[in-house]
Design a protein around this ligand. Structure first.
Ligand code: PLP
Length: 392
C-alpha cells in the first residue's frame, strides 16, 4: 500500500508533519495484525462498544416504500455512532506506541465524543478541536466531551467548521508529536489515515454481509451509506466491493439543493484538488480556492472526501448521488414514525436516497448503514421543521 487509490490519495503535507505520519504508518504495520492487538480491540468492541450491532428489518418503512429495507444499526453503539469503531482502534494503537495524549477534530461532535470516551477508557488525555459554528449547533456533544474529561478547543478561523478544525489539529500535532497521536475521524487526510480508518471501520461491512446472508440467503441488491469524509461508507462497502452484482451507493449532501448554493457534494460537484494532505475530489472555485461547504448535518459539512471514494467513483464501482437538506429531514421524520428509530441527520441522507429512488427499485433488498442516532440533532430538526411551518 503506497497511500494511493488510483490517482487519488498521497501525503501532501509540510515537512514537519512527515515524521509523525511515517511513525504512524510503521506502527500500524507493526501492531494491527498482531494477535494480541486484534484480541484487545475485539474485546473493546464487544464488551465496551456493544458490537456486533444488529441488522434490523424495517417492516412498516419497507411496506410504505415497496422496498425491503435492512438497517445496519451503528446508532446502537456506545456514544451513538460508528465513530467509536475507529477511535478505539486508534486509541489502542496510541497505547502501543507509548503516546499519552490523543488529539482529534470533530464536526458533528460524534467523533469528538467517541475519542473522549476511548481516551478515558484507555487512560489517555484528549484534546478535541471543534469549529465555533459546530460548537453552537451540537452543544450537547460539547457537554458530553467535557463530562468525559476531554478539553474542547473552539476554532474560530475560516468557516469555523470541520475543515478549520482539521487545520488546527494538524498544526497542534506538528508541535506535540513526541507524546501525542492525531486520532483522525474519517477515511480521509494524508496517508496512512484513509487506509487506517477504513481498516477499523470495515468491521461494519464484515458483520453486515454475514447478517444479511443469514437473514435473506443472498447478498443485497443495494448497499447505501451517507458520505461525509467517507468512513461509515467505506466501512460498509469494503466487504461488498468484489461482488459486482451488489450496487453500492454513496450519498453526498446537496445542502439546500438549489443551484449555485453551498453544498457538501465534493464528488458530484467538485474536481480533483489537494486539501488536508490528500489529493481527492474537492469543492473549489475557478482559482482552486476551497469553497465553503454546507449541509443541515454537521457531520457531512466538509468540502472534501476520502481518496478511496474519489477512486471508486472514477472507476465506476460506486455510484455517488446527492440528497438535499429537506429530503434528509423528511427521511428522518419518516423513519422515526414508521419504525421508532430516530436516525442522525447524516444517516438520513442515505434514507432519503432510498425514499426518492423507491419507485425504480420496487421489491429490491436495500442495506442501509444507519451510521448514528439522531438525539444530537433534535434542536436542528425542531428548528428546521418550525421554519417550514411544521411541528415535531
Ligand atoms: C452519525 C454520523 N454519520 C456520518 C458521519 C459522516 O462521517 P463519515 O463520512 O466519515 O462516516 C458523521 C460525522 O460526524 C456522523 O456523526
Amino acid at each position: 500500500m503506497n497511500g494511493y487509490f488510483g490517482q487519488f490519495g498521497g501525503r501532501f503535507v509540510p515537512e514537519l508533519l512527515m515524521p509523525p505520519l511515517v511513525e504512524l504508518e510503521h506502527s500500524s504495520a507493526k501492531f494491527l495484525n498482531r494477535s494480541d492487538f486484534k484480541e484487545e480491540l475485539s474485546e473493546l468492541l464487544t464488551d465496551y462498544a456493544g458490537r456486533a450491532t444488529p441488522l434490523t428489518f424495517c417492516p412498516a418503512f419497507s411496506a410504505e416504500l415497496g422496498v425491503k429495507v435492512f438497517l445496519k444499526r451503528e446508532d446502537l453503539l456506545h456514544t451513538g455512532a460508528h465513530k467509536v469503531n475507529n477511535t478505539l482502534g486508534q486509541a489502542l494503537l496510541a497505547k502501543k506506541m507509548s503516546k499519552k495524549n490523543l488529539i482529534a477534530e470533530t464536526g458533528a461532535g460524534q467523533h469528538g465524543v467517541a475519542t473522549a470516551a476511548a481516551a478515558a477508557r484507555l487512560g489517555l488525555s484528549a484534546k478535541i478541536f471543534m469549529g465555533a459554528v459546530d460548537v453552537e449547533r451540537q452543544r450537547a456533544n460539547v457537554d458530553r466531551m467535557n463530562l468525559l474529561g476531554a478539553e474542547v478547543v473552539v476554532v474560530s478561523n475560516g468557516t469555523q467548521t470541520l475543515k478549520d478544525a482539521i487545520n488546527e489539529t494538524l498544526r497542534y500535532w506538528i508541535a506535540h508529536q513526541d507524546d501525542t497521536l492525531y486520532c483522525f475521524g474519517t477515511a480521509a487526510g494524508p496517508h496512512p489515515f484513509p487506509e487506517l480508518v477504513a481498516h477499523f471501520q470495515s468491521v461494519i461491512g464484515l458483520e453486515a454481509r454475514d447478517q444479511i446472508l443469514k437473514k435473506t440467503g443472498t447478498l443485497p441488491d443495494y448497499v447505501v451509506a451517507a458520505v461525509g469524509g467517507g468512513s461509515n461508507a467505506i466501512g460498509i462497502f469494503r466487504h461488498f466491493l468484489n461482488n459486482q452484482e451488489v450496487c453500492l451507493i454513496g450519498v453526498e449532501a446537496a445542502g439546500t439543493g438549489e443551484p449555485g448554493c453551498y453544498n457538501s457534494a465534493s464528488i458530484n460537484l467538485g474536481r480533483p484538488g489537494v486539501l488536508h494532505g490528500q489529493l481527492s475530489m474537492l469543492l473549489q472555485d475557478e482559482a482552486g480556492q476551497v469553497l465553503p461547504s454546507h449541509s443541515i448535518s454537521a457531520g457531512l459539512d466538509y468540502p472534501g472526501v476520502g481518496p478511496e471514494h474519489a477512486h471508486l467513483a472514477a472507476i465506476g464501482r460506486v455510484r455517488y448521488e446527492m440528497a438535499a437538506d429537506a429530503d434528509a429531514l423528511n427521511a428522518c421524520c419518516l423513519l422515526s414514525r414508521a419504525e421508532g428509530i430516530i436516525p442522525a441527520l447524516e444517516s438520513s441522507h442515505a434514507l432519503a436516497w432510498v425514499i426518492k429512488r423507491a419507485p425504480e427499485i420496487q421489491g429490491r433488498t436495500v442495506l442501509i448503514c444507519l451510521s448514528g442516532r439522531g438525539d444530537k440533532d433534535l434542536d436542528i430538526i425542531k428548528n428546521a421543521l418550525t421554519e417550514r411551518g411544521l411541528k415535531l
